[in-house]
Design a protein around this ligand. Structure first.
Ligand SMILES: NC(=O)c1ccc[n+]([C@@H]2O[C@H](COP(=O)([O-])OP(=O)(O)OC[C@H]3O[C@@H](n4cnc5c(N)ncnc54)[C@H](O)[C@@H]3O)[C@@H](O)[C@H]2O)c1
Length: 266
């Protein structure tokens, strides 16, 4: 294979997604919103998918003035056929939507386990399936799966989340192997705890599961294994996603870009 022809020179902007369509799931909040704005700032036409209608409207308002555009698509990703359809024709796919429940295994509601696996593993499979024909047809595509440290490590009381993220790592690697001959890369981005509503909602649950007051959860549970003692910001995660979409990252595939403040260095 020849080197990519779109490699920019040293003074060119790192990422130009002008003319590209990017789909971001879970775009109404947290990391997804930051990714949608970052990719729109690089010129992409962003399909912003979420079940949260008002969050998507706020995102579209926020994107005014950026080089690219944001098109809201209200969709519940448990509708897997609709998920596959909405991915058709995308050049960049960011599988980000997720949810969390912190509960010991013996109390974990089976229906929630099923929903977590559906939204965080089966929907990404269907979105990839929907996106690949166009990516393969043009010989270029970028799949970025927002995994987690919990795609590489387990924590107690997060059975569904850890199972889904470990599964997503496998799906991402398989997509990388199949996509390579077609110019399609697939990678995971693995943050530690990010300052988002998902983490804020978890504080009470974690306090109950670990039997400690809520104000001790951040330091004693969430940041215990992180060498850098702070939450990471959604914009820092979005920048990693942007890197993986850049021409300079075309050799980076089938791997996990870990942003965990040193957690997995232990
Ligand atoms: N916040 C963290 O600390 C952290 C750390 C590592 C990985 N992640 C991962 O990053 C991703 C985003 O997390 P976040 O912290 O930004 O969460 P968030 O709760 O702020 O945002 C998640 C978004 O997904 C959407 N969503 C959930 N279920 C959906 C469904 N069925 N259909 C459509 N949309 C749905 C929500 O409406 C929400 O807008 C998740 O995959 C999460 O596992 C988060």
């Amino acid at each position: 294979m020849t080197p990519p022809r779109d490699l920019p020179g040293p003074s060119a902007p790192t990422l130009d997604l002008g003319g590209r369509t990017a789909l971001v799931t879970g775009a109404a909040g947290g990391i997804g919103r930051a990714c949608a704005l970052r990719l729109a700032a690089a010129g992409a036409k962003v399909r912003a998918v979420d079940r949260d209608d008002s969050g998507l409207t706020a995102l579209a308002d926020q994107s005014a003035g950026l080089a690219g555009t944001v098109e809201p698509h209200v969709l519940d990703l448990t509708d897997l056929d609709a998920a596959e359809q909405v991915a058709a024709g995308t050049d960049v796919l960011v599988n980000n939507a997720g949810l969390q429940l912190v509960r010991p295994l013996e109390e974990f509601p089976p229906d929630v386990f099923h929903t977590v696996l559906t939204v965080m593993l089966e929907a990404p499979f269907r979105l990839i399936r929907g996106a690949l024909p166009h990516m393969y047809g043009q010989g270029w595509g970028r799949i970025v799966n927002i995994s987690s440290v919990h795609g590489l490590r387990a924590s107690p009381y997060k059975s569904a989340y850890v199972a889904a993220k470990h599964g997503l790592e496998g799906l991402s690697k398989t997509a990388a192997l199949e996509g390579a001959p077609h110019g399609v890369t697939s990678n995971c981005v693995n943050p530690g705890y990010v300052r988002t509503p998902l983490v804020e909602r978890q504080l009470a649950d974690q306090a109950r599961a670990h039997g400690i007051p809520q104000e001790r959860v951040l330091a004693e549970v969430m940041l215990q294994d992180s060498a850098v003692k702070r939450l990471i910001e959604p914009e820092e995660v979005a920048e990693a996603v942007a890197y993986l979409c850049a021409p300079q990252a075309s050799f980076v595939t089938g791997t996990s870009l870990v942003l965990d403040g040193g957690w997995t260095a232990h």
